[in-house]
Design a protein around this ligand. Structure first.
Ligand SMILES: [Zn+2]
Length: 174
């Protein structure tokens, strides 16, 4: 009966009502795991959070995190790409050692390279990042290097609109 009817909200860009949008999309594994041979995968390991893989004699270490992007016209809402970054052996050891540590959030951020191709016109592979650990049970936060000129980096810096979130939903599920 009158008042504020949020359901009548219309997108200022396209005039549609964007509802029921997913706010997390992601990759089950780093892309190198997907491209690895069955033998390489058998010698490696993939869990929900970490991955180790030997490619041509070199071990690679991956950690899953969330590239969080605020949704600017839905205050408090955040969109996340669940994605994998490659870390040095030293970094992954430090993260693994402290995985269940209640003080995990106080670990210094570690450097990593983004290892998933996300649906952007420019490749997202090897964007430099820093991974910030949070308390146990919370997926680490991936902060893209803000100096990199890339649409995904700009989106993390400035946020996205609901209209853009709808576009991402279409790009992933479409
Ligand atoms: Zn729209």
């Amino acid at each position: 009966m009158g008042g504020k009817d949020k359901l009548r909200w219309e997108c200022g860009t396209c005039g549609q009502q964007h509802r029921g949008l997913a706010t997390v999309f992601g990759a089950q594994a780093p892309d190198p795991w997907v491209h690895a041979t069955a033998t390489e995968r058998q010698a490696g390991e993939l869990t929900a959070d970490m991955c180790v893989l030997e490619i041509e004699g070199t071990w690679h270490y991956f950690l899953r995190g969330h590239i969080e992007i605020p949704v600017v016209d839905a205050p408090g809402d955040v969109f996340s790409w669940s994605a994998w970054v490659s870390l040095s052996e030293e970094s992954i050891q430090k993260v693994a050692e402290h995985w269940d540590d209640p003080e995990r959030a106080s670990l210094a951020p570690v450097f990593g390279w983004l290892c998933n191709e996300l649906p952007y016109e420019q490749s997202t592979i090897s964007i430099p990042t820093h991974v910030h650990n949070r308390e146990p049970g919370v997926v680490p936060f991936i902060r893209l290097d803000p100096s990199v000129d890339h649409p995904l980096v700009r989106e993390q810096g400035t946020g996205i609109s609901l209209h853009r979130l709808a576009e991402i939903n279409n790009a992933v599920m479409g």
